[in-house]
Design a protein around this ligand. Sequence first.
Ligand code: IFM
Length: 454
Amino acid sequence: MPALPRQPAFTTTRSQFPEDFVFGSSTSAYQIEGSSFGGCGSSHWDTFAATPGNVVRSENGAIACDHYHRWQGDLDLVRDAGLKAYRFSTSWARVLPEGRGPVNQEGLDFYDKLVDGMLERGIAPHLTLYHWEMPSALESIGGWRNRDVTDLYADYAQVVTKRLGDRLASIATFNEPWCITWYSHYYGAHAPGLRDIRASSRVAHHVPVAHGKALSAMRAMGLENLGIVLNFEHISPLDDKPGSIKAAKIAEGIYNRWFLGGITKGEYAADVLDLIEPHMPNGWQEDMASISAPIDWMGINYYTRALISEGDTQPGDVLPVQLGNKGALPRTEMDWEVYPEGLGALLEWIRDNYTGELPLAITENGLANKDQLINGTVDDQERIAYLDAHFKQALAAIEKGIPLKAYFVWSLMDNFEWALGYDKRFGLVHVDFDSLKRTPKASYHALKAMLSER
Ligand code: IFM
């Protein structure tokens, strides 16, 4: 496999981007905060991780990066890099330990202080309300399989935004519905670890329903800049066999078109619907107007491409199973091929076919790298090359008139990479998971230099 490209500095410059273009970094609550602190309730990630075999080395987010106690220093790092925006998520179980009912004031106070801390440092707060943590109490009544949970989610969204909403730059209802749905309920790789087409088909509808309900509740509160974050891969057939072409089309429908079509047009991808309609909740059609109520922006998470072949459909499977990358491009530590061109192609396709003039943001992009702390430094030139190549795609998109307004690096710091534990380092900042010491990597310094140039 070819080695990842390395470079010591960015070749793109800040001044090539529009003056008001926003550069930020992203994190999520469970991956950094430490779920054992501050009266946080149990989430389905705590219980999933507690089951041997689900997470490598049985790691979990109980302590994570201890951001719950170290948030001030972490926000200093955001500010000192010259990043003007920070995308974070609130944990439902930290705010409402039972998912409903009494509020954990300490949890809400924590997010309140965090938002003020950003503003004091000149950092715009971008909130995501659900980045994958279902309170265990609600998972035990069926989680996203249970339509009642969509109302409880809208209640939770109101509790959080009543407190924080006056100071937020943007609010996303969900991060990556594809992962919440298919990765977690069909492939079984993430909490709650189900492999059930009926469960996943219901979740594929209930998550958009919950989005629509929260959106309408927050609109009624007068909140603005409301959106959702979807993840995309550049998906194509591995070869020209009819079976590969068919499998790739379905995979692409599930991954890229289902949620995008539902949210922007009130139409689910017809070819996917043909496969899963028998499993969908009755009367799903009546929800489509609320699901597709106008949003103010859309977030796009992009990392890699996928090449799909006929053999990806296992006997008995309803949908193609993605078996990972099969191409010959350099791969990251996630075994994901580096394919920056896919970002440019997707931005154009999304704009042309779905979002038109709707403002777009790249809400996640980055790589897991074999980073090593040697003599107090981490020489992650691979990350600089990766980010630079994707910055070029963002620039080209802007030049084509695509309304791309922001770019958030995933991630500010190394963190809990879900079922893959703490080995997969995505951060601009290295975290030593024994001492929890933070060390900015070469990519952090290079980005800071790039952002300070005008
Ligand atoms: O770490 C995750 C994040 O939580 C969601 N998007 C992809 C990242 C890398 O896998």
